[in-house]
Design a protein around this ligand. Structure first.
Ligand code: PEP
Ligand code: MN
Length: 294
């Protein structure tokens, strides 16, 4: 018997939603505070930055362009989960220090990935939000570890995870006492080969139907194509996303990681103008920077 789950028989195939993340337990939408920036029901928050931190110059230039265009949170990977062990693995601790430096310079809070429990304490000390990547969505030891931290967590959907498994992963974090969790749809693996992943935008209304946690979308990993990012970013807002996380690089052609899906600062700036219009058209708004943030 599952005392801590609610079954929803109206859902095709059924879905058992664990109690802490369940909207039946907490009907009002949750808000997650990332270094003063609130992700939740009051508008759309944009997180942007490079896939990986590569150098001080790269991060500095990209972060300031993100800020100029209205991005509210900086992203950047220091510990990178790469499919090939021969690819750039990230700057590690040096990357976290650079993120902290540039975060202070720009005033933008930052999110960065943790891949291993041994990194959690150090990263939690410096970062404003801890990212659990797709490949670690079911690393239950890591989920428990970030659940014991005081920092918010960005939980990315596993590339083969069902909605139920995704919510169960989030439940692991909440169970440890950390309720500051944002869910991120970043595409799932399907039979399709023209896109890197299949961006499941239907997950947005479904997750928001089943859970009170904020939901954001990553159109960069979701498509794998720079030219598709603006279209799918707009579609994500229309689907009800509380935010977006996108890869922006000052020179995508030279990027050490995911340049093919990174937009440049000019494209990002143009997109932000469009996102504002889309947000208003669907009855929400793009959250704008406040001088007092952070
Ligand atoms: C990333 O955000 O750079 C990343 C590796 O994402 P994902 O875990 O979704 O592949
Ligand atoms: Mn990436």
């Amino acid at each position: 018997m599952e005392l801590n789950h609610y079954n929803d028989p109206s859902l095709i195939g059924g879905c058992s939603v664990p109690v802490r993340v369940n909207r039946k337990t907490k009907p009002e939408a949750s808000e997650v505070n990332v270094g003063g920036i609130k992700i939740g029901p009051h508008g759309v928050v944009v997180i942007a930055g490079p896939c990986a931190v590569e150098s001080r110059d790269q991060l500095h230039e990209t972060a300031f362009s993100v800020k100029r265009s209205g991005g509210l949170i900086l992203r950047g990977g220091a510990f990178k989960p790469r499919s090939s062990p021969y690819n750039f693995q990230g700057l590690g601790i040096e990357g976290i220090k650079l993120l902290k430096e540039i975060s202070i310079e720009t005033g933008l809070p930052f999110v960065t990935e943790v891949m291993d429990t041994r990194q959690v304490e150090f990263v939690a000390e410096h970062a404003d939000m801890l990212q659990i990547g797709s490949r670690n969505m079911q690393n239950f030891v890591l989920l428990k570890e970030v659940g014991m931290q005081k920092k918010p967590v960005l939980l990315k959907r596993g590339m083969m995870a069902t909605i139920e498994e995704f919510l169960l992963a989030a439940e692991y974090i909440l169970n440890q006492g950390n309720e500051q969790v944002v869910l991120c749809e970043r595409g799932i693996r399907t039979f399709e080969t023209t896109t890197r992943n299949t961006l499941d935008l239907s997950a947005v209304p479904m997750l928001k139907h089943l859970s009170h946690l904020p939901v954001i979308v990553d159109p960069s990993h979701g498509t794998g194509h720079r030219w598709m990012v603006p279209t799918m970013a707009k579609a994500a807002i229309a689907a009800g996303a509380d935010g977006l996380i996108m890869e922006v690089h000052y020179n995508p052609e030279e990027a050490l990681c995911d340049g093919h899906q990174s937009i440049n600062p000019e494209e990002f700036s143009a997109l932000m103008t469009d996102l504002d219009k889309i947000a208003q058209a669907v009855g929400t708004r793009l959250v704008k920077p406040e001088p007092s943030a952070k």
